[in-house]
Write a protein that binds this ligand. Structure first.
Ligand code: ZN
Length: 84
């Protein structure tokens, strides 16, 4: 390891990241767009020993979809309640 080789991060990235976090935090559940598995924070995930009440943001970094094995980046908000 030598020097700082990490590329500079534009603020827009930080803003988008924050917006995503807020979107995810507001979502009641997250759905894998590959296999349609739904992670429901109220239920947790037995496969990963995730206790009920654990929000998607609080899942460990090594969490992957228990059905297809893809990582958290393939999950999208799955809004059960539609206010429109
Ligand atoms: Zn999946």
């Amino acid at each position: 390891m030598q020097g700082n080789t990490v590329p500079p991060t534009g603020r827009i990235d930080l803003i988008l990241d924050e917006l995503n976090r807020q979107r995810f935090a507001n979502a009641s559940a997250m759905q894998c767009k590959v296999c349609w598995y739904v992670y429901d924070p109220e239920i947790g995930c037995e496969e990963w020993d995730i206790e009920p009440g654990t929000s998607f943001n609080d899942l460990p970094e090594h969490f992957t979809c228990p059905q297809c094995g893809n990582d958290k980046s393939v999950f999208l908000p799955c809004e059960k309640e539609n206010g429109d």
